[in-house]
Design a binder for this molecule. Structure first.
Ligand code: NAG
Ligand code: NAG
Ligand code: NAG
Length: 299
């Protein structure tokens, strides 16, 4: 029995010795320091208290980043951490989506952290959020809509009507045409619904028009538009009689104000060029030299 006891005690001693030696060896040769910090990656493994020989630590890419290449682990070998070869890159969110009558401006890019801006075609306006962010889970928000611009109902006019009154709302690009049931139309006959949601101009007016008076030009005659009745828009062409030259425009038109536009020309007698003398009129005893009549100054 004492032999057994001794034997048992010896075994315990031997095991303790071996364990002690083993621990000593491990603590001397098999321990790594703190694993290094790497940018753009995070440590996935819950770090143990001791970084012992053979331990493997796993890394992953930061949020919004994905693995491009390399291994995600490092190992403690001969008291040294192996080099982390993991390379991460920003994730791509892909296309932010299609917009009817618009598009996304992705000049910034479609990677994590980038923004896509919705742009509507001319004559369309944005409904919804115009910006989408590329987040770790993909594009945030929803695809906005581009709605056609609307104009208010076209205005009615006195003594006139719309010849093509549209059914329902007037939208961008639609044109509205007016006509007068009485009088003459002054202004723009056609209005277009613009991208701003207003009309291209004020509506026309229907104005009473009694016509223009028949007119003559002294020392001239009509070559067209002999009359005698002249309505809005009618014209008269004039020519001067021999020996006279026309001053002004040879054609006038019956305007909205029942007058001829532009003003009537005149026919002026052709005269030989005469030299003019400057006469100084003063309150002196010397009587002023009488100047010849009908003298033109030519500059
Ligand atoms: C329509 O609206 C735009 C923008 O507000 C403005 O610049 C333009 O002058 C307007 N047009 C008319 C005919 O009022
Ligand atoms: C032509 O008529 C205008 C306006 O009536 C007048 O001012 C101008 O002197 C005339 N020109 C000539 C060369 O007579
Ligand atoms: C017509 O008369 C109106 C009001 O008097 C005036 O504002 C307009 O300038 C005139 N138009 C022409 C072409 O003479």
């Amino acid at each position: 029995m004492p032999g057994r006891n001794t034997n048992s005690a010896d075994n315990v001693f031997m095991i303790s010795l071996c364990l002690g030696l083993a621990l000593l060896i491990v603590s001397v040769t098999g321990q790594c320091g703190n694993p290094p910090d790497y940018p753009d990656v995070i440590m996935v493994t819950q770090p143990p208290l001791d970084f012992v020989e053979g331990l493997t630590i796993t890394y992953a890419c930061q949020i919004g980043y994905v693995r491009k290449s390399g291994s995600t682990t490092i190992t403690c070998t001969n008291s040294q951490w192996s080099h982390l070869t993991l390379v991460c890159e920003r994730r791509s969110c892909g296309s932010p989506g299609e917009i009817l009558n618009g598009r996304f401006n992705t000049d910034e890019g479609v990677l994590f952290g980038d923004k896509a801006y919705a742009v509507c075609d001319e004559g369309f306006q944005l409904v919804g959020n115009g910006v989408r962010n590329c987040l770790a889970a993909g594009w945030d928000g929803d695809i906005p809509r581009c709605e056609i611009v609307k104009c208010p109902d076209p205005p009615s006019i006195v003594n006139g009507e719309i010849t093509n009154r549209p059914q329902g709302t007037v939208t961008f690009g639609t044109s509205i045409t007016y006509k007068c049931t009485k009088g003459i139309l002054v202004g723009n006959r056609e209005l277009v619904c613009t991208k701003y949601g207003n009309y291209s101009s004020a509506p026309p007016a229907c104005k009473d028009h009694k016509g223009c008076p028949s007119v003559q030009v002294e020392n001239g005659h009509k070559t067209a538009g002999l009359g005698p009745v002249y309505n809005y828009g009618d014209f008269i062409a004039f020519a001067c009689n021999p020996g006279y030259i026309l001053n002004g425009t040879d054609t006038v038109t019956c305007g909205v104000n029942e007058t001829w536009e532009p003003e009537l020309p005149t026919c002026q007698k052709v005269t030989p060029t005469t030299t003019t003398t400057t006469t100084i009129t003063t309150t002196t005893e010397v009587p002023p030299t009488p100047s010849p009549g009908n003298v033109f100054n030519h500059y």
